[in-house]
Design a protein around this ligand. Structure first.
Ligand code: AMP
Length: 235
């Protein structure tokens, strides 16, 4: 069965980098609610104004808005064979909505936590820079661009530093994550749909760990189907 891969993890854990790799190498579209909201914030209307304010504060946008965004995006044709969610769900109502959507769309959900010690997260988030043209993600401490502040692939383009990647905003985002998003880990764990990878490894190793988990999940579920039908015959 096709899958919705939910990449979980605190801000700075590397969800965006890994979602991009899955998109490039597994043809699973990356659905980043943060990116979609940032694009909407560029428009000239009252909703854009609202999104800019909420993103700048480090707090969460309303469930209604984000749920609408995900419904619209995942209804597109490229999501038919599954997709990767990066930054969604972040609250219990969002997770509940995703259950309904998965049933309607005929997908299984697999949540993968990119686990990262708290001390590293702040540095990862404050050091993050990205190319506004190709979306390549750098980190001035861990993965600097070849030349200061410009993209390796677009030498004329200055890298962007997100306004919510400053130490005070990151503190709010980490607190928000702990209060509202962390409880979702229990939610997926209880239903045996949570897997973990070590987010301190290099990006290629993490990518391999993630794809191994995705592939193993397919086998486990097929084995479960065989076992349960076998048990049924015995009864
Ligand atoms: P991100 O790029 O995932 O770190 O998201 C940046 C900001 O967009 C967050 O701090 C929120 O303000 C907003 N946002 C992104 N995804 C969600 C979501 N699933 N629920 C609520 N707000 C979100």
């Amino acid at each position: 069965m096709s899958k919705i891969i939910v990449l979980m993890g605190a801000p700075g854990a590397g969800k965006g980098t890994q979602a991009r790799l899955l998109q490039e190498r597994r043809s699973l579209p990356q659905i980043s609610t943060g990116d979609i909201l940032r694009a909407k914030a560029q428009q000239q209307d009252s909703l854009a104004e609202e999104i800019r304010a909420i993103q700048a504060s480090g707090k969460l946008a309303s469930d209604d808005l984000v749920i609408r965004v995900v419904e619209e995006r995942t209804a597109q044709d490229d999501c038919r064979n599954g997709y990767v969610l990066d930054g969604f769900p972040r609250t219990i109502p969002q997770a509940e909505m995703l259950e309904r959507l998965a049933v309607e769309q005929g997908h299984d959900i697999l949540a993968i936590l990119i686990d990262m010690p708290y001390e590293l997260l702040e540095k990862r988030a404050t050091g993050r820079r990205s190319c506004p043209v190709c979306g390549e993600i750098y980190n001035i401490y861990f993965k600097p661009p070849r030349y200061d502040e410009v993209c390796d692939f677009h030498p004329n383009v200055k890298l962007e530093h997100r306004p919510d990647d400053t130490p005070d905003k990151i503190k709010v985002r980490l607190d928000t994550y702990n209060e509202q998003t962390r409880p979702l880990l229990d939610y997926y764990e209880r239903t045996d749909r949570l897997r973990r990878v070590d987010g301190t490894k290099d990006k290629e190793t993490i990518h391999k760990d993630i794809t191994d988990l995705i592939d193993a999940d397919g086998y486990t579920r097929r084995a479960e189907v065989v076992t349960s039908s076998h048990d049924y015959r015995q009864i």
